[in-house]
Structure formats: structure tokens, C-alpha cells
Design a binder for this molecule. Structure first.
Ligand SMILES: N[C@@H](CCC(=O)N[C@@H](CS)C(=O)NCC(=O)O)C(=O)O
Length: 95
């Protein structure tokens, strides 16, 4: 499953760390698709470098984690599928 859709919104700086076999990741991937976002999936199961980045940043390998890089270069790593879905809905949902 690709974490991509039409790319309607400006999602520069966002990347989802996880993999499609993870049910919590699928919950986030579903929200990404429902919101029609174009967020790259960094597959921590298939790509050891991505997993290394995740563990280095968060101290553990648990996924999903949303990496949020702001325009000024600040980086936030957001764990917990519910929090990620809420963040995406608040930022990109219907207003
Ligand atoms: N409460 C977390 C649970 C996430 C979770 O359990 N992820 C599993 C994969 S489905 C995982 O990464 N397990 C390996 C680990 O915890 O290191 C969420 O909702 O995101």
C-alpha cells in the first residue's frame, strides 16, 4: 500500500515511518488516503536505514511515527496512531 493519493494539500516536510502490515500504520495510511494527502511512507521493515533513523530519533522502533519538518528546519517526531490521525485531520480536514 502506498501512502500516496492525489496530493491536494501541501504536505512538504511530512513523512510517515511504518509499514503496511502494521494495523496501527494502516489506520494512519487510511486517514492519509481519506484526506487525499501525498505523504511518503518510509518503510522501517524493508529499509534498515529508515529504521535506524527512527530508533536514533525516538529511542525505539515502534511505528507509526510521523516526522514533521517545519519550514525553518525544526523536526518533530510524533508517535501514536490516534495522535497522528488527529493531527492530520486538524491540519488538513474540512474547515
Ligand atoms: N499505541 C501505538 C501502538 C503501535 C504499535 O504497537 N506498533 C507495533 C506495530 S503494529 C510496533 O511497532 N511494534 C514493535 C515495537 O513496539 O517496537 C499506536 O497506536 O501507534
Amino acid at each position: 500500500m502506498a501512502a500516496k493519493a492525489g496530493g491536494r494539500e501541501d504536505v512538504r516536510g511530512l513523512a510517515l515511518y511504518g509499514y503496511p502490515q502494521c494495523p496501527y500504520c494502516r489506520r494512519v495510511l487510511g486517514a492519509i488516503e481519506a484526506l487525499d494527502l501525498d505523504v511518503p511512507l518510509r518503510n522501517t521493515m524493508q529499509e534498515s536505514e529508515r529504521r535506524r533513523e527512527l530508533v536514533e530519533a525516538t529511542g525505539r522502533g515502534q511505528v507509526p511515527v510521523l516526522r514533521i519538518e517545519s519550514a525553518d528546519g525544526d523536526v518533530e517526531w510524533m508517535p501514536e496512531s490516534e495522535d497522528i490521525v488527529r493531527y492530520l485531520e486538524e491540519r488538513f480536514g474540512e474547515r
